[in-house]
Design a binder for this molecule. Structure first.
Ligand code: ATP
Ligand code: MG
Length: 581
């Protein structure tokens, strides 16, 4: 863990050195307070001298001021490094996460990943920003204090050392128990949080199915579980506290008895005894402190390991050399997209082929529609084109370049996607529309919104384009979300347009209007449209009929009505439904 952390701490070496200097200085100064106490007792009280007392107190004041200054620098620098390192780790982690392919997020729970980014890094922060310095400081105090104890009085030191095991072992024993239980109780609390999060996020479904009681029940069960575990921990802790009091105070009393007898018999001055008690308390305290943070450091080591693991997950989708997609003049004789014998299986469903021996050529500027039953593999085709996944065999080429040999970013820059589920961010309309084209001017945004027939409803929102759309755009209707997703794609002005059921949530009239806008947008632009409603794709250059991962027929609407049994069936069903209406 340390070698891994070092690479993050290394850039801040000068601050680290300052922190260590301050740390050593404050430890030394803390211990020198013992001498201040000795002077105060011997020169002040014992000598009955006001002068001695005030001298001792002035020395004391100087030490305290120096100590405070040192503590200020120590705390500031150490905390600064802790916060800085964690910010760097978080950013690194997030940078890595956004580069991972979608499949990673299907196999790993979002909550899990989030806790890596937040909880685990926070744990690291506690350790770097406080526990390390705390442990180091206390170790120094321990060593220094012990040395001073022996230097000042060997007999008393040996007595203290003999008592130590009787104090330390019970402390470690109960301390371990408490630690294990607090770990468990943290996990319980986390599961309480997860329950609350999920059920509140889907509150509509919970309420619509009137499952409030069930959800509440489950929630209170986990809350009660957390309480029970906490209770066990509290009991152990209570015993621990009582035990510490008896043991520590007993030890001090014993020491005072032996030391006090020596003072009475004149073998020791009162000041020496006071200083010794001070050192002994410091030593005991620092020992307890070190064992306390030991568990914390261990937990942080676990967290660091999990973070390292996540950082080491390697993406199977690797970007290659930069091969930009050219700005070809519209030329229907140019091949743009080519699928050659593509076979694809989702790793989570190894026995089911999502695409089977798939061959397809699409020309520059061609408008192609994909139709077929649900689950035929249409959206999967888009995923492969955007290289969210790689086919197991066969190749996909754009302008004669295998996708695998292209630069990922340049490849994706050529596309605009309107996904099957419109995605909006918790931001305002401006930001959401500019998501694919951050530099677009205000006029361009409004124009795109008008083209997608979104401008009108945007203007009716409380703050127009400034309106905040809520998490995942909850403040909009399904059709409104879809129009924003289309406007976003229009604004991006891509070379290749991918529409996955882009108008499925619109009413007939807006669909007609948006369809017109899309037709304008599609002109001369290579476009792939997935649609269930055949009427919306009747005018494209070519319709591909897919079934169970295979391309079964292709042609124009008229041709397919003659030649494709599946297409006829799909058309027939839709025609019948229309008839009924
Ligand atoms: N992430 C995934 N993991 C495993 N299997 C998947 C995944 N996504 C899709 N599938 C499966 O792959 C097949 C093709 O899915 P795809 O989403 O491409 O269908 P589609 O043609 O777009 O259907 P629809 O018209 O309903 O959107 C389906 O059988 C589906 O269950
Ligand atoms: Mg789909």
């Amino acid at each position: 863990m340390l070698t891994w952390l070092w690479q993050y701490i290394k850039p801040y070496q000068s601050r680290l050195i300052l922190a260590i200097v301050a740390l050593v200085a404050t430890s030394a100064l803390t211990l020198s307070i013992g001498q201040g106490i000795r002077l105060m007792v011997d020169e002040g009280f014992a000598a009955q001298s006001f002068e001695g007392l005030s001298q001792a107190l002035s020395l004391f004041a100087i030490i305290v001021v120096a100590l405070a200054t040192g503590a200020y620098f120590r705390f500031y620098m150490v905390s600064w490094i802790g916060e800085r390192v964690v910010a760097d780790v978080r950013i690194d982690l997030y940078r890595h996460l956004v580069s991972l392919p979608p499949s990673f997020f299907e196999d790993n729970l979002a909550g899990e990943i989030q806790s890596r980014v937040t909880t685990d890094t926070t744990l690291l922060q506690t350790v770097i920003g406080s526990s390390f310095s705390f442990a180091l400081r206390n170790s120094l105090t321990f060593i220094g204090g012990l040395t001073l104890m022996f230097v000042s009085n060997i007999k008393l030191s040996l007595i203290v050392l003999a008592v130590v095991p009787f104090i330390v072992f019970p402390l470690i024993y109960f301390g371990r128990k408490v630690k294990a239980l607090s770990r468990e109780s943290q996990d319980k609390v986390a599961s309480v949080g997860a329950w609350a999060g999920e059920s509140l996020q889907h509150i509509k479904v919970v309420q619509a199915f009137t499952r409030e009681d069930m959800v509440l029940n489950q929630f209170s069960q986990s809350a009660e579980g957390a309480f029970d575990v906490a209770l066990l921990r509290i009991k152990q802790r209570a015993i621990l506290i009582a035990l510490v009091m008896v043991l520590v105070m007993g030890a001090i009393a014993g020491m005072l008895y032996v030391g006090g007898s020596d003072v009475l018999s004149g073998q020791l001055t009162g000041g020496e005894l006071s200083a010794f008690v001070f050192y002994a308390i410091m030593v005991a305290g620092s020992l307890a402190a070190v064992t306390e943070v030991y568990g914390e450091v261990q937990r942080a080591a676990g967290a660091a390991e999990r973070i390292q693991e996540l950082l080491a997950t390697h993406s199977e989708i690797q970007s290659s050399a930069s091969v930009p997609i050219s700005d070809h003049a519209i030329n229907l004789s140019n091949q743009v997209i080519e699928f050659n014998g593509v076979n694809f299986t989702y790793p989570s469903r190894p026995d089911h082929k999502a695409l089977v021996d798939f061959n397809l050529q699409i020309k520059q500027g061609e408008r192609v529609a994909l139709v077929g039953p649900s689950g035929a593999g249409k959206s999967t085709l888009f995923d492969l084109l955007l290289r969210f996944r790689d086919p197991q065999s066969g190749s996909i080429e754009i302008e004669g370049q295998n996708l695998k040999h292209m630069n990922l970013q340049q490849l994706r820059d050529a596309f605009a996607l309107v996904p099957q589920q419109p995605v909006l961010f918790s931001a305002n309309v401006w930001d959401n529309l500019r998501f694919g084209a951050p530099d677009a001017s205000e006029e361009a945004v409004i124009e795109a919104a008008k083209a997608a027939h979104a401008h009108e409803f945007i203007m009716q929102l409380p703050q127009g384009y400034q309106s905040f759309l809520g998490e995942q755009g909850v403040k909009l209707s399904g059709g409104q979300k879809q129009r924003l997703a289309i406007a976003r794609a229009i604004l991006r002005d891509p070379k290749i347009l991918l529409l996955d059921e882009a108008t499925s949530a619109l009413d007939a009239q807006s669909e007609h209007l948006v369809q017109n806008a899309l037709n304008d947008l599609m002109k001369g632009r290579t476009t792939l449209i997935i649609a269930h409603r055949l009427a919306t794709v009747a005018h494209v250059d070519r319709i591909l009929v897919m079934d169970q991962g295979a391309l079964v027929d292709q042609g124009t609407h008229q041709q397919l009505m003659q030649t494709s049994a599946l297409y006829q069936r799909l058309a027939q069903l839709q025609f019948d439904v229309k008839h009924l209406q």
